[in-house]
Write a protein that binds this ligand. Structure first.
Ligand SMILES: Cc1cc2nc3c(=O)[nH]c(=O)nc-3n(C[C@H](O)[C@H](O)[C@H](O)COP(=O)(O)OP(=O)(O)OC[C@H]3O[C@@H](n4cnc5c(N)ncnc54)[C@H](O)[C@@H]3O)c2cc1C
Ligand code: SF4
Length: 473
């Protein structure tokens, strides 16, 4: 097919659940491509020789090759190609910010003058991964012969799971120590079911188990065992404990009943299944007016979850304008379609409560945008005298998370920066303790799934070299 003909194929939109229906259930919102749709979308790819899309992918998937396989109808070939570089394709196809990564430099988008018309690389990745899972014959990678080396991974999020996948394939014995009762990290406790069905994460964890990775749950390193103690049993250690420490604003009323961190709110709703209370044991406040403070993906997930839990009004309170919102456009659009009310250029000053200590409202102040600050975004500046009260029954604070402090706190030799992130060698991911590596949000601060996986991949390579070259005697 000629380039001109490929460019004339209109982008294939993904079907999705109607907003009026989906706010009453937890089912996934976008429904993915059918095989016919996937092949048609794949035909839009120009198979560029200079492969700008690969440069935009943090783990370097051979994008034109896997899309070429889909166009031919060889879905098995496509998923095998993706898995050469990405161990969690069904996850990344759903939650990666492709519009800022591989799809941003896509030649088709450039020629058609909008990234929205770039080849839908993420949806095609998702299609290939779902096709494999639904076919029931998940391909198993080749496992190298046993090395006799033992690896401990602290934290079963995307970073830890990536290290586990890479090192088990290289013949090492791998144990993942996870604080919670399930592996997946934010993929299971943070990102809601309607964006990432939990069966997908479960499936990925089971695949690792079938390769021989051992998971020890409810196992908090730093409490049950220290890094030093682990080192007596293991040849190398990876710390992937994430950024699960919620930040608060430090305003009056944040300790009132009905104020949640987004982490607590989403963990209750997702991991602890509060949406199914009383069938599930975990309760969650079921009130009419819920305000979520923040403008990132976590804020959108919280506000959309509040609607699904029965809130009549779910408000986003954000101190900048929509242009500065860090959430993905897709998430903002989904939230708006579902009826989330956006209150932009307003900032909370205090949360108000009644005599019993329950939230009844929030005082906010209007903001205007000033000069750009260190983040490059225009600084929000309060407008004096513009304060007003918003009536709310619950407040979710979603203004960011910091690295989990526990392991560093009980391991004084582990060097951290002033935000609590573990300091690592940029080439290898090695920490200030020889043989101990770290990666993902515990190093980067709250970042993305694919970056956490990229860090895991880098560390796994270095850990392998460390164990095989330096510790073979
Ligand atoms: C609500 C929400 C929505 C998000 N949406 C997106 C999105 O759409 N796209 C995207 O790319 N990214 C998104 N992110 C960010 C992304 O999920 C994270 O960047 C990513 O999960 C980081 O992976 P990680 O493995 O470093 O850490 P985590 O996923 O946080 O996993 C760390 C794991 O370590 C465990 N742990 C912690 N301390 C210990 C200990 N002492 N001992 C044993 N185990 C421990 C934790 O229980 C957890 O399971 C979102 C984050 C949140 C919170
Ligand atoms: S840049 Fe776009 S068109 Fe070119 S190979 Fe990559 S996906 Fe295909």
């Amino acid at each position: 097919m000629k380039t001109k003909e490929r460019l004339q194929i209109p982008p294939v939109g993904m079907q999705q659940q109607a907003a009026s229906e989906r706010i009453h259930n937890q089912n996934e919102v976008p429904l993915g491509f059918t095989p016919e749709e996937a092949r048609l979308e794949a035909l839009r790819c120009l198979q560029c020789k200079n492969v700008p899309c690969i440069a935009g992918c943090p783990v370097g998937i051979d994008i034109p090759s896997f899309i070429g396989f889909i166009a031919e109808g060889n879905f098995q070939g496509a998923i095998l190609k993706i898995k050469e570089k990405n161990v969690l394709p069904a996850v990344c196809g759903r939650v990666c910010p492709q519009e800022e990564q591989c799809q941003l430099p896509c030649t088709v988008g450039k020629i058609l003058k909008t990234t929205e018309k770039s080849v839908s690389i993420g949806t095609l990745e998702r299609f290939a991964a779902d096709w494999e899972r639904n076919s029931g014959s998940v391909s198993k990678p080749k496992i190298a012969s046993k090395t006799g080396k033992r690896v401990a991974i602290v934290g079963g999020g995307p970073a830890g799971l990536t290290v586990a996948g890479d090192l088990i394939k290289l013949g090492h014995e791998v144990t993942v120590f996870e604080a919670l009762h399930k592996a997946g990290g934010v993929l299971v406790y943070g990102i809601p079911e309607f964006r990432l069905p939990k069966k997908i994460v479960k499936n990925e964890v089971e695949n690792l188990q079938s390769l021989g990775v051992e998971f020890k749950y409810n196992y908090v390193i730093g409490k049950i065992e220290s890094i030093d103690e682990l080192f007596q049993e293991y040849d190398s250690i990876f710390i992937g404990t994430g950024a699960g420490l919620p930040r608060f604003m430090g305003i009056e009323g944040e300790n009132l009943l009905g104020v949640y961190s987004a982490n607590e709110y989403l963990t209750r709703a997702n991991l602890m299944r509060a949406f199914d209370f009383p069938n599930a044991d975990t309760p969650i406040l079921n009130v009419s007016r819920v305000a979520t403070i923040g403008g990132g993906n976590v804020a959108m997930d919280s506000a959309r979850t509040a609607l699904r839990l029965g809130a009549e009004h779910s408000l986003i309170i954000y101190r900048r304008s929509e242009v500065e919102m860090p959430a993905r456009n897709e998430e903002i659009e989904h939230a708006k379609d579902e009826g989330v009310e956006f209150h932009l250029l307003v900032n909370p000053i205090r949360i108000i409560g009644n005599e019993e200590g329950w939230v009844t409202g929030m005082e906010v102040i209007k903001m205007e945008l000033g000069e750009p600050d260190a983040s490059g975004r225009r600084r929000p500046v309060p407008i004096p005298g513009s304060e007003f009260i918003v009536d709310v029954d619950a407040v979710i604070v979603a203004i960011g998370n910091s690295p989990n402090p526990l392991v560093a706190k009980v391991t004084p030799e582990l060097k951290v920066n002033r935000w609590g992130g573990i300091i690592v060698d940029e080439e290898t991911g090695e920490t200030s303790i020889k043989g101990v590596y770290a990666g993902g949000d515990i190093v980067l601060g709250a970042a993305t799934v694919i970056l956490a996986m990229g860090e895991g991949r880098r560390a796994a390579k270095a850990m392998h070299e460390y164990m095989m070259n330096e510790k073979t005697d």
